[in-house]
Write a protein that binds this ligand. Structure first.
Ligand code: ADP
Ligand code: GLC
Length: 490
């Protein structure tokens, strides 16, 4: 099958979160199954042109009422034969930031920027004379090609092309004033027919949900949750309407990058038979974070975008957040790596000053994220909602017991500890409140001090789980086939 992934992020080129990991790893897994998979994305300013190959000639794209001349660059996903095409347009992408920058978190010309990506997708195929069986678009920024395919482009060489739209996070929808709608290049009829209209504004995600042949999201539990008002961010109604076309497929883990047995970013490699070597990582982490080196206190690690989705208000909220109380009352150390909302970064700084057993590093640091997974005893992820979540899976693989809220992909990957039998792979909290986080971390620490045999057995159980992408790639393959079949029967 010829599959074109359209995305605003893909590792190692551009990343704000798990979307970037998921797109590249899925592409690779599908390529290993023998598919011809390619990726198209913008060439942001940070992606160094000198490391890419330029395709000859400019490419004319016609979104809306203008004609835009773009360049196209290409490279392979490192270590693979998967081609990535980068749409180059200085005015749209020649700046810092993917969706925005601190202080302007959502560029006001994002509708233009990502409409350009949508139109360029089709022009690129024409330029390459390569026409995909399936266009697989990810999240709101890549929704437009799905909409264009349905309403404008499904003819000629695209007559048999099907679309699949994956929702990685329904909290981000691309909602803008309708005065920007003409940049999509669609007629006003489609403002209603394609479902762009959202309380008189335009909503890319909504139009993508309505227009795609098949829909997926990144865990089975999240697929159910988003059909309810609590998790649907106002999209629950149309998702219930389209529930027959919606599948939840759990993300896998890129086990070349995330593997404690060969991870070059940690202090000492280990596997389930040499778990004792994890101690060297704990010591390295304590030193790196400026905490007392002590093998006899458990470390609770956190790596996260500092945003409400991740439960950071309940953890770090001034006056009511539980982290302060956890560090005062429970004998443990807490390490945090994160960047995001300013109020939260400030709170972390004041906790750094107030607590000797707490250490936060504010920023983005790939190496430290690996060392936290390897050196911590527990990994805390009390998300308000979590479409899939990658860090809890990394934690399981690294023998670091996850403490998670029972939601989305967290519910699908972590089995709660049973203190009678010792069964389970982590600690699960039901409701997101400061008190329940406090109680569950306390419970985990209690087990660490008093039931070490259970802890060790749980670690090994987690390390034995298989999160390889091959199972998920097969599930996507089935969705692609269904999407193609739905075109035949139309
Ligand atoms: P989301 O995509 O919602 O942020 P995921 O758990 O799917 O959540 O993926 C987050 C990814 O981003 C993980 O690979 C995680 O290690 C990484 N990450 C998040 N924050 C940081 C940070 N401050 N430094 C390094 N890596 C980070
Ligand atoms: C989103 C979600 C996260 C998921 C990732 C990759 O960023 O917040 O839960 O793991 O996409 O699908």
């Amino acid at each position: 099958m010829k599959i074109l992934m359209v995305t605003s992020e893909a590792v190692p080129f551009a990343k704000t979160g798990g979307l970037a990991d998921a797109v590249s790893a899925l592409s690779l897994a599908l390529a290993k199954e023998g598919h011809d998979v390619r990726i198209v994305m913008p060439r942001y300013y940070r992606i160094d042109r000198s490391k890419l190959e330029a395709l000859p000639g400019p490419m004319g794209v016609h979104p809306g009422y203008q004609e835009i001349w773009t360049g196209v660059y290409t490279a392979k996903l490192p270590g693979t034969s998967v081609p990535v095409y980068f749409i180059d347009h200085e005015q749209s992408y020649g700046r810092d930031g993917i969706y925005g920058v601190p202080g302007e978190t959502d560029f006001n010309d994002n509708p233009q920027r990502f409409s350009l990506l949508g139109h360029a997708t089709f022009q690129l195929c024409r330029k390459l004379e390569w026409y995909p069986d399936v266009i697989h678009a990810h999240d709101w920024a890549a929704a437009l090609p799905v909409i264009l395919l349905k309403f404008n482009e499904r003819r000629g060489n695209f007559a048999k092309t099907a679309s699949v739209f994956t929702i990685h996070n329904i909290g981000y929808q691309g909602v803008y004033g309708k005065h920007l709608y003409p940049y999509t290049g669609l007629s006003w009829d489609h403002f209603y027919a394609a479902g762009f209209e959202d309380w008189d504004r335009m909503n890319f995600l909504k139009a993508g949900i309505i227009s795609a042949d098949k829909l997926t999201t990144v865990s089975p539990t999240y697929a159910k949750e988003i059909q309810h008002p609590e998790f649907g961010f106002r999209m629950d109604g149309i998702l219930r309407y389209r529930s027959g076309d919606l599948t939840g497929i759990l993300n896998g883990v890129d086990t070349d990058t995330w593997n404690p047995a060969k991870d070059p970013l940690i202090a000492k490699t280990y596997d389930s038979k040499s778990l004792a070597h994890k101690a060297a990582n704990k010591e390295a982490l304590q030193k790196r974070m400026g905490l007392p080196v002590d093998p006899d206190v458990p470390i609770v690690g956190i790596v996260t975008r500092l945003t409400d989705q991740k439960g950071v208000s309940e953890l770090f909220g001034p006056t009511y957040g539980s982290a302060h109380r956890i560090c005062e009352d429970i004998k443990l150390q807490m390490v945090v790596l994160g960047a995001g909302e300013l109020w939260c970064e400030h709170e972390l700084e004041s906790l750094n000053n107030a607590l000797p057993n707490f250490s936060a590093y504010i920023g983005y640091d790939e190496g430290l994220s690996h060392l936290i997974e390897a050196g911590s005893d527990f990994f805390l992820m009390p998300s308000r909602y979590e479409p899939c979540g990658l860090n809890q899976m990394y934690s399981l693989i690294y023998g670091t017991l996850p403490i998670v809220r029972k939601t989305g992909g967290l519910a699908d990957t972590v089995e709660n500890y049973d203190e009678k039998t010792g069964a389970g792979t982590g600690f699960v909290l039901e409701h997101l409140t400061p008190q329940s986080i406090y109680d569950t971390v306390g419970w985990a620490a209690y087990a660490w001090y008093n039931k070490r045999d259970h802890i060790e057995a749980m670690r090994k159980r987690g390390m034995g789980l298989d999160f390889g992408w091959n199972v998920s790639a097969k599930a996507y393959e089935a969705v692609y086939k269904d999407a193609l079949k739905s075109l035949e029967t139309r």
